[in-house]
Write a protein that binds this ligand. Structure first.
Ligand code: IVH
Length: 674
């Protein structure tokens, strides 16, 4: 391919990828499969590698995050990023209108926007001739931090705006947030890696945006909603009602719940509606922002030093409450981690009764200075487990007692260990009944084999009744004894046995996640199952082979080796297989695989595997392998002493990879940036 052809193809790829990313991330309406997207993305990466001088700042490849920074530079805002005045009740909404009317000295009908108040982080994005050139935090409102590299990694922030008539310079403002689903996945991953959990999506978003290494930010699936612009004179719109569709047409994501209201009664209605919708939304909102619709009125109303006079935030009632912490329980998890949990006198928060709250770990209790008997502030944020924010020290009466972290496991009484520098205290007795219970719960639960009807309560019941003592017993359950359980019967027994039978046919990924190996949750298990075709190969994998799997670090590899070489775990696995557990080979549909649509040809000698193995690997990943060169071939892998095929491939413009590049490509995690 000539350079001018490359320039053209790259432009095509960028625009196609931008279009599909917009459909996926902004419109939530993709028209191509992930595999097709990844295929285009790979082509882009390969071409950019070949022509680094043709990489543009709006290329989707630039979302992966560049080099780490030593510190953030300052970024001055052209116009201050103001705050908002708060209103707390409907009558204050009418006062707000009254103040506006007085200032305008008018009784004309006002129109409004009612917008969800997104609970994230305010940012400003500057586009010059449609190209994203700078992104910053709010900072003190006048000067923020330049976090352009990090904001480029946010998938639904366009790197280039659509449209022919774009302002020379456009400063848009909005909120970066972490969707609840993404927050839950991130915390689950962190739990698997035994890293401290984020308390709520907002903290997670803030922590992710303020990373000096943009690659860390790129790995966090942040999102963005635009809610305004710095300078209304810069846009071809006269009101918020015109602005939102215009911003949308440029490719910017506008929250779908923004509403234009003709009266304050409608604004009030929208407030009630948002409050109802609140917990079902995939992003957290902490109130509603009411804005005057008309821009000419914004100008006439102006701002105070703190906030514009044409907007106000109507917060939702706080989801916090005071409660007496009557004790602290220490729960032992499936890996032996001991977690303190606050026992509270029941309190209603946001419509739910809260009796327990997370305390995370020993260090957290010390840092917050909590004592038993304290009145504490408890916060419930969305679906997240309620947590103790802080003690209300002024409420103490002297009867409070310090929280004493036990030295022995509260269940099996064996000594607890807390390795230096680690936050987690652990019971190391694998036979500890608490660990066993949790292991069974995990094994049968959603992250494991997902056995219907065998949730935590029933696992406990079966254990208490002596029907099971460990995981393999699930596959030896006796119908009569099950049916004789309190409240059961033949029907329930049959139902459970059927579910167990069904769960026996499983996949390697599910089984690996179910075993409860430290650091191995669903995500890691998927990666492993992609790399190791059978359970046997996984159990025999060397540290090097494990480390070669992209996304698996030293700690995880070591934990897996420890598991696979431990006689007790080996015995568990063999017993499961003896009892009829079958690991099915996953049908790799060509369209879903990482190499789908690609045709590989191998030439020369490979050093790390036979040609047949390499071809199998390609097929496993959804690609095709052929033995002769033709135009169909997309990748030629050249080993030692590659011959004439290499020359022919060059003539046909086929991508040539060496063995190392092939290994990297086939080990690589799916590329999911856009
Ligand atoms: S307008 C000058 N609209 O709330 C007006 N703000 O408490 C500036 N926020 O710092 C803000 N959703 O980060 C506006 N739909 C929305 C918003 C919103 C969330 C945040 C914003 C601001 C804070 C003010």
């Amino acid at each position: 391919m000539s350079k001018s052809q490359a320039v053209q193809r790259l432009a095509e790829l960028r625009s196609q990828l931008q279009h599909h990313a917009h459909r996926y991330y902004v419109l939530d309406d993709p028209i191509i499969s992930d595999a097709e997207y990844d295929h285009l993305f790979r082509e882009l990466l390969e071409m950019e590698e070949q022509y680094p001088e043709l990489v543009t700042p709006d290329s989707p490849s630039q979302r992966v995050g560049g080099e780490p920074l030593a510190a953030f530079a300052e970024a001055a805002h052209s116009l201050p990023m103001l705050s908002l005045d708060n209103i707390f009740a409907a009558d204050e909404l009418y006062d707000f209108e009254e103040r506006i009317r007085r200032r305008l000295n008018s009784s004309e009908q006002l129109t409004w926007t009612a917008e969800p108040k997104i609970d994230g982080l305010a940012v400003e994005l500057i586009y010059e001739h449609g190209l994203l050139i700078e992104g910053s935090t709010r900072g003190n409102g006048v000067v923020g931090e330049n976090i352009t590299a990090n904001l480029r990694t946010v998938r639904n922030i366009p790197l280039r705006l659509n449209g022919a008539e774009l302002p020379e310079r456009l400063a848009v403002r909005g909120e970066v947030y972490l969707a609840r689903r993404d927050f839950a996945a991130l915390n689950q991953q962190r739990a698997e890696q035994e890293e401290p959990l984020f308390a709520n999506p907002r903290n997670a978003a803030a922590g992710s945006l303020r990373q000096l290494d943009p690659k860390v930010t790129a790995a966090r699936p942040l999102s963005f909603f635009v809610y305004g612009i710095a300078d209304t004179a810069a846009v071809p719109c006269r009101s918020m009602a015109e602005l939102f569709p215009w911003l949308r047409s440029l490719g910017l994501p506008v929250c779908p719940l923004v509403k234009i209201c003709g009266t304050l009664a409608e604004v009030e209605e929208q407030y009630q509606r948002l409050q109802q919708l609140r917990h079902g939304l995939d992003y957290e909102i902490d109130g509603m922002v009411v804005k005057v619709n008309n821009f000419s009125l914004h100008e006439r109303l102006g701002s105070t030093a703190r906030a514009p006079r044409w907007a106000a935030a109507w917060k939702f009632p706080a989801e916090e409450a005071e409660a007496v912490m009557s004790g602290v329980e220490f729960q032992v998890g499936r890996t032996g981690a001991v977690t303190p949990v606050a026992v509270l006198e029941p309190v209603s928060i946001g419509g739910a009764t809260v009796r327990r709250a997370a305390l995370h770990n020993q260090e957290e209790i010390r840092r917050k200075g909590l004592m038993i008997g304290d009145t504490v502030l408890v916060r419930r944020a969305g679906d997240v487990i309620p947590e103790v924010v802080r003690p209300l020290v002024e409420r103490r009466n002297g009867s409070e007692q310090p929280v004493v972290f036990p030295k022995e496991c509260p269940v099996c009484q064996q000594p607890l260990h807390r390795p230096e520098g680690e936050a987690v205290t652990r019971c190391r007795n694998i036979q500890c009944p608490a660990q066993r219970l949790q292991r069974i719960i995990w094994f049968a639960g959603k992250s494991g084999l997902d056995i219907e009807g065998l949730g935590p309560k029933n696992v406990e019941k079966l254990l208490d009744a002596g029907l099971i003592a460990d995981i393999p017993d699930i596959f030896r359950l006796d119908k009569e004894r099950l049916a004789a359980l309190d409240g059961w019967g033949e029907k329930s027994a049959d139902k459970l046995l059927q579910a167990v039978e069904k769960a026996k046919q499983t996949t390697l990924a599910k089984l690996l996640a179910a075993l409860g190996i430290r650091h191995v949750g669903e995500t890691t298990a998927e990666l492993l199952a992609e790399r190791f075709p059978s359970l046997d190969q996984f159990m025999r994998a060397t540290q090097e082979q494990l480390l070669a799997v992209d996304g698996i670090g030293g700690q995880t590899a070591a934990a897996m080796r420890e598991y696979c070489t431990n006689p007790e775990s080996c015995q568990l696995v063999s017993r499961l297989l003896e009892l009829g557990l079958t690991v099915q080979a996953v049908e790799k549909t060509p369209s879903g695989g990482q190499l789908s649509g690609m045709v590989f040809l191998f030439t020369g000698t490979l050093s790390s595997m036979s040609r047949a193995e390499a071809e199998q690997r390609v097929k496993d990943l959804g690609g095709d392998a052929v033995s002769s060169i033709s135009k169909k071939v997309t990748h030629l892998v050249a080993g030692e002493k590659a011959g004439s095929k290499l020359k022919k491939a060059a003539e046909l413009g086929i991508t040539v990879l060496d063995e190392q590049a092939f290994l990297q490509m086939t080990n690589a995690q799916r590329v999911s940036v856009c």
